[in-house]
Design a protein around this ligand. Sequence first.
Ligand code: NAP
Length: 289
Amino acid sequence: MSAQHRKTVLITGCSSGIGRAAARLFQQQGWQVAATQRNPAAEAELNRLPGVICPRLDVTDPASIQSAVAETIAAFGRIDVVVNNAGYALMGAFETHSEAQVRRQFETNVFGLMEVCRGVLPHLRGQRAGTLINVASMVGRIPLPLYSVYNASKFAVEGFSEGLVYELEEFGVQVKLIEPGAVKTNFFGRSSDRANGTGETAYAHYTAEQLSVMDDIGACGSESEDAAAVIWAAANDSSRRMRYSVGTDAKALLFVRRLLPDATFQRMIRLSLSRMAFNSVGRLLYKQA
Ligand SMILES: NC(=O)c1ccc[n+]([C@@H]2O[C@H](COP(=O)([O-])OP(=O)(O)OC[C@H]3O[C@@H](n4cnc5c(N)ncnc54)[C@H](OP(=O)(O)O)[C@@H]3O)[C@@H](O)[C@H]2O)c1
């Protein structure tokens, strides 16, 4: 296929995990890929693949968004799909977080994602075609303990994205949401911002037990490639479908959530997150097929 007819995707947060797997998959499928990263100088693989460039893009730095978009259009002529993937989780009891930690969570997961949309929308509207794919989370619809600020950031992504669906349809721009359950990435390790032991300590016992269960859930998670395959499917789905879950945990919990009243559902979540229950039946629920 000539470069003129190949589609182009711009993805944020391609240094690891889901973004990286998505960049590889789109490239393998013959797309032109802007695999953006905060620190592309450290990249040694993606930038050697044909049809891939790695512009610097930090979602909290609007100038880097503008230049990454311009670099991508200069290299490939257009952008067809934008995957807003960059993000991380602030983990721990709300009271143990500083205001700066809370703001940083929103600066990245919410305001950063919005700025990327602001940066690409004139181009997508101008060509009267394009797809925004926002990586939210299962917890953007099913909040979990010790993720209260992260939950809130992903609820914001859900609300923002659904509003955009209506605003952008007359311009031929689609908006889609990816809702992963647990995925085995740096999300549970290097990328997470965890309660740092300062501040309110009344939660120490609960936090220690619960975060260790969360880490075990993470270790049972889907592969990054599974999430990338769902992003790929969303990018190629011209129907009006908006939400795409990833993993059996997300699919099962989102289904059960629709059926149960709040209090019953919360009892089920409490039970499934207890160490004892997780070690017996919970592992089965979270173990990905
Ligand atoms: N893994 C899960 O269980 C899970 C579940 C639901 C949703 N998600 C969502 O999936 C997305 C990808 O996460 P992941 O699981 O693939 O984790 P990951 O391996 O930690 O990847 C996160 C990526 O985001 C980048 N990033 C963080 N802050 C950034 C910023 N300010 N500007 C640009 N890039 C930034 C990281 O870059 P650096 O290398 O520079 O830090 C990294 O490339 C996130 O939005 C996350 O919330 C993950």
